[in-house]
Design a binder for this molecule. Sequence first.
Ligand code: FUL
Length: 521
Amino acid sequence: MRCRVIVRAACLGAAGLLSSQPSRAQAEHGLTPEYVIIDRTDSEADIVRKAASIVPAPRQLAWQRQELTAFVHFGMNTFTVQEWGSGSADPALFNPTGLDAGQWVKVLKDAGMKSVILTAKHHDGFCLWPSKYTIHSVRSSPWRGGEGDVVAEVASACRSLGMRFGIYLSPWDRHESSYGDSPRYNEFFRNQLRELLTGYGDIAEVWFDGACGEGPNGKRQEYDWQSYYALIRELQPDAVIAVMGPDVRWVGTESGEGRLSEWSVIPENGGGLDSIGARSQRTALDAAYTPGNLMQEDLGSRVKILGARALRWYPSEADVSIRPGWFYRADQDDRVKPPAELVDLYFSSVGRNSVLLLNVPPDQRGRIHENDVKSLRGMRTILDHIFRTNLLEQAQVRESHPSNRHPVRYAIAGDGESFWEPENGGDSAFAVCSWRTPRAFDCAMLQEEIRLGQHVERFRVEQWDGRAWAEIARGGTIGEKRLLRFPLVTTRKVRFVIEQSRGPFEISALGVFRMPGKATF
Ligand code: FUL
């Protein structure tokens, strides 16, 4: 790829820049933070124990618990109707007729999003804030007489509605003349970053894109990632850095799907940022990029960790757009993903230990289009309906290794802090939930207390068919959340079996639910 990087992620963890101090709770549990080095002399058991000891940094934990983040692609491309701008568009074209950031944030919040990431600058280099370092910005546009600041309006709407706010700042900049003159551009980029990190309140996430379409004769920029990260850590220590960054991993497609076994503890990849960049979008397409299916790739199984030099907490974020493209265009108004498809995306991302980063692009008015609003509302209604009643709350529970300190009932009617952990500290166990009269369900949920790490490697869910246990679903990892759908079963008993784990495991939630019939919506 042309956009070469000069640091390797492997160095970052060891340098300590990636790691944060363990929280008091982690320290009390004797836990290490989110990075460990594997020694040559480590046995398999040592490596597995080390993997199990890795926990998320507090900023990663807060990020993961959001589940849903909104991506907002808005900028010059909205007006030139392009996915990738060349950087030469006239700022006069940027002129939303009724920009209402309050409407965006309200719609996104109502859909269940906890955070909004705005494209402060996309590849065309046009800045949605009046940056001091370029004239290619809202300041040169007719919008609000050149006095406007989209970043400020969105940040303020987020603050008023209790949403977190993040920024997307494209490293690849097709307008800026210093791009390709590496030290000068790095300085320019840090200056822009500093403006965004100091002028708009708390920043929850900084999203660096790996995309770069410079051809063989294009400009070659060596990004000083280390210095960008250091600036973010200094100015916004609670912000996670995604996906060309150390805290949040790009899942590997832009289809909104996580792997069936999605580990948050993975080997430090020798390829580091190079390999992320190499897989990122490299040509301008009218519709959003759909890379090859990387989902078969195993990132964190035992086979993988046994061959690793270091392991770290690097959780997955699954990005996808509600429309075929990342930016709004009127000719895609009838191609907005319907509610049921958004619900499927929730299951294939949040339900597979990932955060769903769902892009909802405002239109040329500067409003989220009615069709997108309708789909988001529909999605929320269906999700609320599915998860309103956990049928296990009406069940009697029994466990294979009864525990006084962490009984399985804590995972059913828990307070969000307690969990099920078998007393013997073993790596397998089961819990049986039974009702007086049969219940019908077609969805199961399992969650791990990832504050203490990710441990479960294999599990299954069974129903009592009157004579014997029959398997209805099985899975590999659980992580923050695992959702499974299956044909409707009607039974008096369900059994959750943890078959294999990296040492003791902690299950913070168990549930079974009934999906709404199509007719209901
Ligand atoms: C890609 C970019 O090239 C797209 O335009 C979009 O911003 C997507 C989220 O990332 O790499």
